[in-house]
Design a protein around this ligand. Structure first.
Ligand SMILES: NC(=O)c1ccc[n+]([C@@H]2O[C@H](COP(=O)([O-])OP(=O)(O)OC[C@H]3O[C@@H](n4cnc5c(N)ncnc54)[C@H](OP(=O)(O)O)[C@@H]3O)[C@@H](O)[C@H]2O)c1
Length: 269
C-alpha cells in the first residue's frame, strides 16, 4: 500500500473521519464497465483516479460518486490512450496527486471490427491500436510507477474471446485481448509478485455496455452492467491472477473454449 492508502483525516476533536482503502486508477471510466467499476470501488471506500476522452461524463460520474460518498476522493483527467506521451504524463500526474497508486485497471477499449480482407483495415487497425498498443503503453506507465513504489496491483481487462481465435467481426478484437492477457502473463511469469506487484487478468463474458450496442455479437449470456461488474470487482479484490467473469456460465465455457477442437469452437462462437 502506498501513502495514499494510509490517509486518515481527523476532525478538531481528533476522531478519524475518513480512511481510504487505497487509490485506484481506471482508464475508460466514462462508460460501461469502467464507469460501473468506479461506482462499486467507491462503495468499497477507494479513492479514484478516472481517465477517458469524454471528460463531461467523468465529471458527471465524479459528482454522482461524491454525492453518495463525500469522503471519497475522485480526480478526473482527459486521456486518449492512443497518445503515448499523454498516457505516461497522466499516469504520473495521478500518482503525484495521490502520493502513489495502489491499483491500476487497464480497461479502455474498442469493439470495432470487420472480417479480415474485407476492406476495413481502418477499423481493425483502430481496434488493434487502442486495445493492444495503447494497453502496452498503459502497462509500461503502470509498471514504472509500481516498480518504483515496490508495490501495486495491475489489472488488465482482457475478454473471454481471448481464449481462442474468433471469427469475422471479432477476429482482430479477440487477438488484441489475447495480446493483453499475454502481456499480463509475461509479468506473472517474471514473478513481479516478488517485487510487491500483483497482476490480475480479467476475462469478462458478455456484460451490457456501450460496446455491446456497437458490436454484433451473441447476447445469449448477457448480464446487466451492475451484476457483471460486481463479479469483476469481487475477482479484483481477491487479487486473482486469472478470472472468467461472471463465473457462471463463463468458467465452463472458458474451459470448453480452451480445450475443444476448433470445429467445436466454431459452433459455440
Ligand atoms: N462489455 C463486455 O461484454 C466486455 C467483454 C469483454 C471485455 N470487455 C472489455 O471491457 C473494457 C470496457 O469496455 P465496455 O464494455 O465498458 O465498453 P464501453 O462502454 O464502450 O467503454 C469503453 C471505454 O473505453 C474508453 N476508450 C475507448 N477508446 C479510448 C481511447 N482512445 N482513449 C481513452 N479511452 C478510450 C471509452 O472512453 P471515451 O470514449 O470517453 O474515451 C469508454 O470509457 C474494454 O477493454 C472491453 O474490451 C468488455
Amino acid at each position: 500500500m502506498t501513502g495514499s492508502a494510509l490517509r486518515i483525516e481527523t476532525t478538531t476533536n481528533g476522531r478519524a473521519t475518513n480512511m481510504s482503502k487505497g487509490t485506484i486508477l481506471i482508464t475508460g471510466a466514462s462508460s460501461g464497465l469502467g464507469e460501473e467499476m468506479a461506482r462499486q470501488f467507491a462503495d468499497l471506500g477507494y479513492d479514484l483516479a478516472l481517465a477517458a476522452r469524454r471528460t463531461d461524463r467523468l465529471e458527471e460520474l465524479r459528482r454522482e460518486i461524491l454525492a453518495a460518498h463525500p469522503d471519497v476522493r475522485v480526480e478526473v483527467r482527459a486521456l486518449d490512450v492512443n497518445d503515448d506521451a499523454a498516457v505516461f504524463e497522466v499516469f504520473k500526474a495521478f500518482a503525484a496527486d495521490f502520493g502513489g497508486l495502489d491499483r491500476i485497471i487497464i480497461n479502455a477499449g474498442l469493439g470495432k471490427g470487420a472480417p479480415l480482407g474485407t476492406g476495413r483495415y481502418d477499423a481493425n487497425r483502430q481496434t488493434a491500436m487502442t486495445n493492444f498498443v495503447a494497453a502496452l503503453a498503459q502497462t509500461e506507465a503502470a509498471m514504472e510507477i509500481f516498480r518504483s513504489q515496490r508495490s501495486g496491483h495491475l489489472v488488465m481487462i482482457s475478454s473471454i474471446s481471448a481464449l481462442r481465435g474468433m471469427r469475422k467481426t471479432i477476429t482482430t478484437y479477440a487477438a488484441t485481448k489475447a495480446g493483453v492477457a499475454a502481456l499480463a502473463e509475461g509479468l506473472i511469469n517474471e514473478n513481479v509478485k516478488a517485487q510487491g506487484i500483483d497482476v490480475s487478468i480479467i476475462y469478462p463474458g458478455y456484460i451490457r455496455s456501450e460496446m455491446n450496442e456497437k458490436v454484433a455479437q451473441q447476447t445469449r449470456f448477457m448480464v446487466d452492467t451492475r451484476a457483471g461488474v460486481k463479479a469483476m470487482v469481487a475477482a479484483i479484490e481477491r487479487r486473482k491472477e486469472k478470472a472468467y467473469v461472471p463465473a457462471w456460465p463463463w468458467v465452463p465455457i472458458g474451459f470448453a473454449l480452451k480445450n475443444a477442437p476448433i470445429s467445436v469452437v466454431r459452433r459455440l462462437f
